[in-house]
Design a binder for this molecule. Structure first.
Ligand code: CMC
Length: 429
């Protein structure tokens, strides 16, 4: 909806653009027609460029607000389970009882992985990174289902989404078991989503592990907190790959690849390593001083965010979840958690962090929580991918259903050589 216009004066032309206003957030100048006027814009890193219109998730970084389909993350994390979140992100509304039952039944039916795909893991050494295994397994699904779905049909797109949401915990657990050199445990669909994941991680084909409800709730909440985060690097990658009309599973592989990078999915592992390196509360001030030193590349991991200039609302929920997990595991005196709490307090009272609006982000407490849940660090990003799959596929579905959807094809500012004639090798200096 356009209610006002912006003007650009360039080469004595006065070009007019509509200004679009969303439900929240900065107004957006629609420059779609600028190319026809002979100009492009440049914005490396998308610092001020919206890549699409979306109705799924909203972040107000200044106020520390995160909404899924309008619902605050704190309320969802407290009162909804992850499969309700999946339904909400995909369909736009929370499910009623009948819708929820139908949805969970569909997800349960789609959990098993075709037998042929299991042997893909045999191509990997046990010490290969599980993110590499995960990408290959999802690629194998692309091979298995390719051509069976019409991406222009919304029902087929939802079918692809159900396959992915249902199968991703099974695939993640398969990667883990392969890394441990253990036999794969098949899903037990009658368990809840998080319980089933714990079962596939912790049971063996001959012995069922006892699942503690507090820990299952913690996994479920971790999945909820990571389910979507609007146009981040991996989601934008899924949208760009999907905009070519490629297979949905292939689009998700692109997202997993983008997530693997340490600037995106890998920060919780770095935060956990930092707490370990600090080692004792008496060393905290030394590390805070290092983080403030311009000549030292060290940064407080799990602190600061491109969008949040306030407390990341996910971090507050994660801190409470961390408390619950440590209590349940009988580790309320966990030295890493104590270091984290004290480090947070010291940093939040320090003028450097106050001036730069640096607050704990979700990764500050998630590494300690996952560690207490028995997850090895190289699986942290796999769990992130598991949770984010619903966000990725919801964005893919939204994009393909949008009326002004077209292939993503950025322009560039070319600064290379001017046109010149080819020189044969013998004539080159
Ligand atoms: N420790 C110390 N100083 C910091 C930190 C930090 N963690 N983060 C930012 N700063 C300083 C930075 O040095 C810069 O100072 P100056 O203005 O004097 O040059 C200023 O704050 C702004 O930082 P920036 O790097 O320009 O900000 P950015 O928006 O480009 O980067 C960030 C955001 C998350 C990459 C950065 O805060 C950081 O490296 N944090 C540590 C890594 C981390 O926790 N990453 C997880 C992010 S949350 C993941 C998710 O949402 O999925």
């Amino acid at each position: 909806m356009s209610d006002t216009t912006a003007h650009l004066k360039a080469n004595s032309q006065d070009i007019e653009f509509p200004i679009l206003k969303g439900t929240y957030g900065n107004p957006v100048i629609d420059i779609t027609t600028l190319g026809k006027q002979g100009f492009y814009t440049i914005d490396p890193g998308f610092l001020a460029t919206a890549s699409c219109e979306s109705k799924i998730t909203f972040i107000d970084g200044g106020k520390g607000i995160l909404l899924y389909r309008g619902y605050p993350i704190e309320q969802l994390a407290e009162d909804a389970c992850f499969l309700e979140i999946c339904y909400l992100l995909l369909h736009g509304e929370l499910p009623n009882t009948q819708q929820y039952e139908k949805f969970t039944n569909t997800i349960c039916q789609h959990m098993p992985i075709p037998k042929e795909i299991h042997c893909v893991l045999n191509a990997f050494k046990k010490d290969a990174h599980p993110m590499a295994m995960l990408m290959s397994l999802i690629s194998a699904l692309a091979g298995y289902y390719h051509g069976k779905m019409d991406i222009n049909n919304p029902d087929d797109r939802l079918e692809a989404a159900y396959h992915l949401i249902a199968k991703i915990p099974t695939l993640a657990a398969m990667c883990y078991k392969h890394s441990c050199g253990e036999e794969i445990v098949l899903p037990q669909p009658e368990l809840g989503y998080a319980e089933n994941f714990m079962h596939m991680l912790q049971s063996t084909p001959h012995r069922n592990n006892n699942i503690k409800p507090v820990l299952a709730k913690a996994f479920d909440r971790i999945f909820t907190l990571h389910a979507d985060h609007e146009q981040n690097a991996s989601t934008s990658t899924v949208r760009l790959a999907g905009s070519t009309g490629t297979d949905p599973f292939a689009s998700i592989v692109a997202g997993v690849a983008a997530l693997w990078g340490p600037a995106h999915g890998g920060a919780n592992e770095a935060a956990l390593n930092m707490m370990r390196e600090i080692g004792d509360e008496s060393h905290i001030n030394e590390y805070v001083d290092k983080a403030k030193d311009k000549n030292d590349p060290f940064r407080l991991m799990g602190f600061g965010h491109r969008v949040y200039k306030n407390y990341d609302p996910r971090a507050k929920v994660m801190r409470a979840t961390c408390h619950e997990v440590l209590d349940e595991q009988g580790c309320h005196d966990d030295p890493l958690f104590k270091i984290a709490l004290k480090l947070e307090k010291i940093a939040l009272e320090d003028q450097y962090f106050i001036d730069k609006k640096l607050y704990p982000n979700v990764d500050f407490y998630s590494g300690i929580t996952l560690n207490a849940l028995g997850i090895p660090p190289n699986m942290f990003t796999v769990l992130f991918a598991l949770a984010r799959t619903v966000g990725w596929i919801a964005h893919w579905h939204e994009m393909l259903g949008s009326k002004d959807f077209r292939i993503g094809r950025p322009r560039q500012l070319y600064t290379g050589s001017a046109k010149r004639d080819f020189v044969k090798m013998a004539d080159r200096k």
